[in-house]
Design a protein around this ligand. Structure first.
Ligand code: CDP
Ligand code: CDP
Length: 212
């Protein structure tokens, strides 16, 4: 068992990124948001007016991905999330992106340890991770959080639409044939429905404590 890799999985807006960043900062580990990788592949196609569900094109985009693509400024928009979950259902895309993620986990830039968040870190990317958290929350709470983020960015959004998008993505991510969104057998489940970011961080430290 290695304790230098922390795997955080769960559905959209469960609080994975917030928690992962805080844990990485506390422990002096490096952080990789693996969703960003899928968003970058999806947006390569969407930006060119191509269908992110097109298998050969998506596989090619995944093979061609470079670190610079992760810095594009349109990766946080909703279109990127939907495009990401389409390319993410293609097995060849996932295979092409595995090496990059595993290398980051095994050789984090700072040399101390890595926190990765996504959907399949504990199950597929780093099944050997010493700490696995499955962070979740009710779909209604997650839609409320996403709506608040959009409103704070000055983007008009309607709760019903955000909720429907969230359900559509949950459905696609949970039911795909490869690397579906499910907790690893040895993951600790952390439900943040009634926890703010501070409380979720404290709960995670309590779970991790005995493992470190
Ligand atoms: O990475 P993921 O999509 O799982 O979620 P996030 O980006 O960490 O969090 C989504 C939003 O929920 C952010 O605006 C957080 O500030 C907020 N949040 C929250 O309200 N309560 C938590 N326990 C964690 C995050
Ligand atoms: O921030 P949010 O939770 O909304 O999404 P994200 O983590 O950026 O992921 C976007 C999409 O990429 C997800 O809906 C998944 O379909 C896909 N993804 C994945 O399949 N595997 C991962 N390890 C990370 C993301």
């Amino acid at each position: 068992m290695t304790t230098t890799i922390i795997a955080i999985d769960g559905p959209a807006a469960a609080g994975k990124g917030t928690l992962a960043r805080r844990l990485a900062a506390r422990l002096g580990f490096d952080y990789l948001d693996t969703g960003l990788i899928y968003r970058a592949v999806g947006m390569k196609l969407a930006r060119a007016g191509l269908d992110p569900a097109d298998i050969p094109l998506a596989e090619q985009a995944a093979r061609d991905l470079s670190p610079a693509d992760l810095a594009a400024d349109d990766l946080r928009i909703d279109e990127a999330a939907q495009a990401a979950s389409k390319v993410a259902a293609i097995p060849g895309v996932r295979t092409a992106l595995l090496d990059f993620q595993r290398r980051f986990a095994a050789f984090p830039p700072g040399g101390k340890g890595a926190v990765l968040d996504g959907r399949d870190i504990g199950t597929v990317v780093c099944p050997e991770a010493g700490v696995k958290l499955f962070v979740t929350a009710s779909v209604e709470k997650r839609a409320e959080r996403r709506l608040k983020e959009l409103q704070e960015k000055g983007l008009g959004a309607i709760y019903g639409t955000v909720l429907a998008d969230m359900r559509e993505r949950d459905e696609r991510d949970s039911n795909r044939a490869v690397a579906p969104l499910i907790p690893a057998q040895d993951a600790a489940v952390l439900d943040t429905s009634d926890l703010d970011a501070d409380q979720a961080f404290a709960a995670a430290l309590e779970i991790i404590g005995p493992k470190r």
